[in-house]
Design a protein around this ligand. Structure first.
Ligand SMILES: [Fe+2]
Length: 241
């Protein structure tokens, strides 16, 4: 659904019945050619394409797919989608290295703690990559910025559109809490630095997180950082971070 001008938000639950399977939120940045951020799980892919088409956008016009990180709930559909649309795929080189050195050791749990099938994502073929990053991203006459934000995973990245005050955080943080720092490849010290880095982006007023609700308005963005830094202080006091 259109959430802000040229920014379409597809919350995970709109295209997948809850089955215990984790899925991420997705975002489409509308332009001459579109950018899709975090295509999610493969099983949801047809549903997501349908939702995009229902918004009057042609999924075939997606020419760039950006994955905030390699966890399958965000990136499972990425390689197939990039091939289908002949789109470029962006994931940080640090994350790609992580993926190819054990980063696929990620399994999903139901809310009651049961393990469900391990998520495995296809390692992208080098030809799908536009280039390594982070750094500025020039696409369709616009400038976006990509930040390396490790902590949840070693090569996680966030997507920033300064002109519109938009930020996609992946699993660095959500509304009310920081992302998990207890997974294989997580690093609490890096997470602290990454939240700090994002907190320093003073123009941000629209945030889509990897899971859960969006954050709308500068006041809510600031309030959310207050919560995140309080959580970080608590975790530091307990020696977790
Ligand atoms: Fe994740």
């Amino acid at each position: 659904m259109k959430r802000w001008e040229d920014i379409y938000f597809y919350p995970s639950k709109t295209t997948l019945e809850f089955t215990g399977e984790i899925n991420s939120n997705s975002v489409l940045i509308k332009g001459e050619k579109h950018i899709l951020i975090d295509p999610g799980v493969s099983r949801r892919w047809e549903g997501l394409k349908g939702a995009i088409a229902a918004d009057g956008l042609d999924p075939m016009d997606i020419d760039l797919i950006f994955c905030t990180h390699c966890h399958p709930d965000h990136a499972d559909a990425a390689v197939g989608a990039a091939r289908e649309f002949k789109a470029d795929l962006l994931m940080s080189m640090a994350e790609l290295d992580f993926l190819t050195s054990g980063g696929d050791r990620f399994y999903l749990r139901t809310p009651s703690g049961e393990e469900i099938p391990k998520g495995v994502i296809e390692v992208p073929d080098a030809s799908l990559f536009k280039r390594g990053y982070p750094g500025p991203l020039f696409h369709g006459g616009r400038e976006y910025r990509l930040y390396l934000t490790p902590g949840h995973t070693p090569g996680g990245c966030c997507f920033h559109w300064p002109d519109r005050g938009f930020l996609a955080t992946g699993d660095v943080y959500f509304k009310g809490t920081i992302g998990s720092i207890e997974l294989f490849g997580s690093n609490p010290g890096d997470m602290y630095r990454s939240v700090n880095l994002l907190g320093g982006l003073r123009d941000v007023e629209k945030v889509v997180c990897g899971h859960g609700p969006e954050i709308d308005g500068r006041d809510d963005v600031i309030r959310n950082y207050d919560l995140l830094f309080a959580e970080i202080a608590q975790k530091k006091a307990k020696g977790i971070l």
